[in-house]
Design a protein around this ligand. Structure first.
Ligand SMILES: *[C@@H]1O[C@H](CO)[C@@H](O)[C@H](O)[C@H]1NC(C)=O
Length: 270
């Protein structure tokens, strides 16, 4: 059992409802961090305050500081208890307080809004408790590349720093079949089963913001290209042969007609 829970619900009543102080007040952010936000859209963070009836929340503040570099706290909102309104430091920030739940919203999210967000609850005795959540920009797909591991017949697709990249593979612009290879669970690696490895292998990477692709070009697929050439030559020969035949038939037909006409002419004059 959770120690805090135990203290709050089992020990506190035994101590004749003595104020149990900070231990019984807690706050947590309900979003699972890190939270990734597409620039221009809204960031919404939800927090929940757990406290006993004995103690009262005095103020709630929302702050932000950069994830790295020089620490510099920026206060986003301060909500005094009892007052229906929170004081915000920017017009794009809004805070909603509803009983034990609270939402912080930043509209038109920009890269500069990224960082570690903190919500701090202060009780009447001045004791504070804080919860943190990392917020980052949802990055586009960057620098897709395909490399080959010849000794293990592997093609590996790389992507630099895009958020939540999804990988898809094509061989000669067609989805990979069993006769070509198998794709690893995370999609980044293609175990090539075809031998020898030939043709174009394309890796396509996408996420909510963008997509990009890269192609590995192996030697041309021999049998296939030879087969195609043979088919084309056959077709050309067939057409030529057909053409010659048609011409010969046409000539014979014309010749016969002329002969008949000559006969008719001769019959008339006799
Ligand atoms: C090829 O793949 C194997 C297995 O994943 C790995 O051990 C090996 O180091 C790779 N070789 C190169 C040249 O990357």
């Amino acid at each position: 059992m959770d120690l805090q829970y135990f203290l709050c619900w089992r020990v506190a009543p035994l101590l004749l409802l003595m104020p149990c102080g900070l231990q019984c007040m807690s706050v947590h952010i309900l979003n699972e961090g890190p939270v990734y936000v597409i620039p221009g859209s809204s960031l919404v963070l939800r927090a929940r305050i757990e406290h006993e009836t004995l103690e009262e929340v005095s103020t709630v503040t929302w702050e932000r500081e950069p994830e790295s570099g020089t620490p510099k706290k920026e206060t986003l909102a301060t909500c005094p208890s009892g007052s229906p309104k929170c004081a915000v430091t920017r017009p794009s920030v809004r805070v909603n307080v509803e009983q034990q739940e609270m939402t912080l919203q930043i509209s038109e999210y920009r890269r500069a809004d990224s960082g570690v967000f903190a919500v701090t609850v202060t009780d009447h005795a001045g004791a504070k408790t804080t919860a943190h959540c990392i917020v980052r920009e949802y990055e586009e797909v960057h620098h897709v590349s395909v490399s080959i591991n010849v000794s293990h017949s592997l093609l590996v697709c790389g992507e630099a720093w895009g958020t939540d990249p999804h990988f898809r593979w094509l061989h000669e612009r067609v989805a990979i079949t069993e006769s070509v290879g198998m794709i690893s669970k995370d999609g980044t690696t293609l175990f090539v089963t075809m031998a020898p490895i030939c043709g174009h292998f394309t890796c396509m990477v996408s996420n909510k913001r963008s997509h990009s692709s890269a192609t590995y070009t192996a030697a041309p697929c021999e049998t296939e290209s030879r087969g195609t050439t043979a088919a084309v030559v056959c077709l050309v020969l067939l057409l030529l042969f057909g053409g010659v035949l048609a011409f010969l038939l046409w000539r014979r037909h014309r010749h016969n007609n002329r002969g008949e006409r000559l006969h008719e002419h001769l019959d008339d004059t006799i």
